[in-house]
Design a binder for this molecule. Structure first.
Ligand code: SAM
Ligand code: SF4
Length: 503
């Protein structure tokens, strides 16, 4: 029988050089730092007319060029920033309508072979108590998350031989298998979309994840700045290879996972540079595969156990700059979903919902096993970082309703094959937002009947009626009477107790 390889051997087999080289151009990756610094330098003092032209391009749902994004980043006038914020929300509404999609993260394991200077899970952090959930424990966690009303999960893993792709695939299948009964209605419920945030992998392993039925595959580059990347990710670790990470999502596309999510950890380097990095990443995916990322994340670094960098970084991003970077990303890649997480405080989340965010997590627990065992969550030593918004899903939903958005638990897109090129085409023609509006209403109807508190129901019922009124009056649906009829039927079937109907 083959002996189990040691962790040392395992890490040496992770990186496959030819699965980096095939994407390089003349041996170079797509982050040309001199070019980025130059674009930021030559686009200073942009004229207001230029900025307004750029805003119009974004409103026409076109990805901006690096020069255009650099011009936005160089705006200094508060009045022009107000115009930028205003148009960012308009773009969001045009492409994604007025919905906010909810999900929950599920941390499966904090075992990790890397030593990222900002993260509580890093190998050298001896304060961290290590734990990897068994498949039964993962099911228990999924049950707890379901009881809140969630339908969409993202599974999160450290990088380790014990949480390799087979464990991930088993975790995905385990989550899909769990069924819970909603207390308020007695209706069955299950997780309908499982996404993954995990370390970069080779193409063969990514195909296993596709086979397991994942929705989105998410990898954050952390920082696009090469030197900073090497400073915070030691070279003797797997994560120390910048390009292995940079092309993680290119490999995912080649593995047939066409729903990919990019992100940068803000606070490691200059925020303007990272926004440009995210745009260059988008442009290279578009160039090589014809489609950009499905979502962009912009986590800000928060305090992590045993990491001084996480609380003392010279590059930490102020709330004012955070709002600006979210707006510029919204405008630069109009088709991308934009995720703000519970790392941010409630007030900040509220601010960035209004400059174009489309998704957020709620009732978030980041301790390993913390949804079913609250004790695990209370101890910072056992967590990767700190969260700023511990509110329950129901509370965040009330806030979102108050802001005029409709909460959505829609997972229909990928279940109907609206991924990759199909969804990007629909997003750029602003069709996806219309489908999403229907599915947002259907899934929010389920939430109101199955989980909502009395106060949320009081706020939610008039909102649903308003949304249905809008749907009935839109020309788009008048021209699609079958779709409208199916929506009406599905809505009344849900009221009569049926579940999981979507368009
Ligand atoms: N280990 C995998 C990896 O590194 O890709 C996946 C998961 S890691 C647990 C998820 C993300 O959390 C990281 O990509 C990083 O951006 C973020 N993160 C790590 N430390 C953080 C901190 N102190 N504050 C905020 N986010 C952090
Ligand atoms: Fe490990 Fe990911 Fe944390 Fe780095 S960010 S230490 S790879 S869990």
């Amino acid at each position: 029988m083959e002996k189990e390889p040691t962790t040392g051997n395992w890490t040496k087999r992770v990186i496959i050089r030819k699965e980096i080289d095939k994407y390089l151009v003349s041996g170079n990756d797509f982050i040309n730092e001199a070019e980025i610094f130059n674009k930021l330098a030559i686009n200073v003092n942009p004229a207001p007319e230029l900025i307004r032209d750029i805003l119009q391009k974004s409103l026409a749902v076109k990805t901006l060029s690096p020069d255009e994004a650099a011009a936005l980043l160089n705006v200094t006038s508060p009045e022009i920033w107000d115009e930028i914020f205003h148009v960012a929300l308009q773009v969001k509404k045009k492409v994604y309508d007025n919905r906010i999609v909810f999900f929950a993260p599920l941390y499966c394991s904090n075992l990790c072979v890397n030593n990222c200077a900002y993260c509580g899970f890093r190998e050298a952090n001896i304060q961290e108590i290590r734990r990897i959930l068994t498949i039964d424990e993962i099911k228990r966690e999924a049950s707890s998350v379901l009881k809140e009303g969630h339908k969409r999960l993202i599974l999160v893993f450290g990088e380790h031989q014990r949480s390799d792709v087979d464990y991930m695939a088993a975790a995905v299948k385990a989550v899909y298998s769990v069924e819970e009964i909603a207390l308020k209605s007695g209706r069955p419920s299950s997780i309908r979309r499982v996404n993954i945030n995990a370390a970069p992998m080779e193409i063969a392993k990514l195909k296993i994840l596709k086979e397991a039925g994942i929705g989105t595959y998410q990898v954050f580059q952390e920082t696009y700045h090469h030197e900073t990347y090497h400073q915070v990710h030691p070279s003797n670790t797997v994560k120390g290879d910048y390009q292995w990470r940079l092309y993680a999502l290119h490999r995912a596309m080649d593995a047939g996972l066409d729903d990919v999510a990019i992100g940068a950890l803000f606070g490691l380097y200059d925020w303007r540079f990272e926004v440009m990095g995210l745009l260059y990443h988008t442009l290279d995916l578009e160039r090589q595969f014809g489609i950009g990322p499905h979502t962009i994340s912009f986590p800000r670094m928060t305090a992590a156990s045993g990491s001084s960098l996480s609380s003392e970084s010279p590059w930490s991003v102020s709330d004012d700059h955070f709002k600006k970077l979210v707006a510029v990303l919204r405008l630069s890649v109009p088709t991308a979903g934009m995720i703000v997480t519970a790392r941010e405080k409630a007030e900040i989340k509220k601010t960035v919902f209004q400059v174009g965010c489309t998704q957020t997590d709620a009732s978030t627990r980041i301790g390993i096993g913390a949804y079913s065992d609250q004790k695990t969550e209370n101890d910072l030593d056992k967590k990767q970082f700190t969260i700023g918004d511990p509110r329950d899903l129901d509370d965040v939903i009330q806030e979102v309703i108050g802001l005029g958005f409709i909460p959505s638990f829609c997972t229909a897109g990928y279940r109907c094959g609206r991924t990759g090129e199909t969804i990007m085409g629909m997003l750029s023609h602003c069709d996806e937002g219309k489908f999403c509006k229907l599915n947002a209403v259907l899934t929010f109807r389920e939430y109101l009947s199955d989980y909502a508190s009395n106060k949320t129901r009081e706020m939610g019922e008039p909102l649903i009626l308003k949304e249905i009124g809008e749907i009935e009056s839109l020309d788009y649906f008048k021209k699609k009477p079958h779709l409208l009829q199916k929506f009406r039927n599905d809505y009344s079937e849900i009221l009569n107790g049926k579940r999981d109907l979507y368009l």
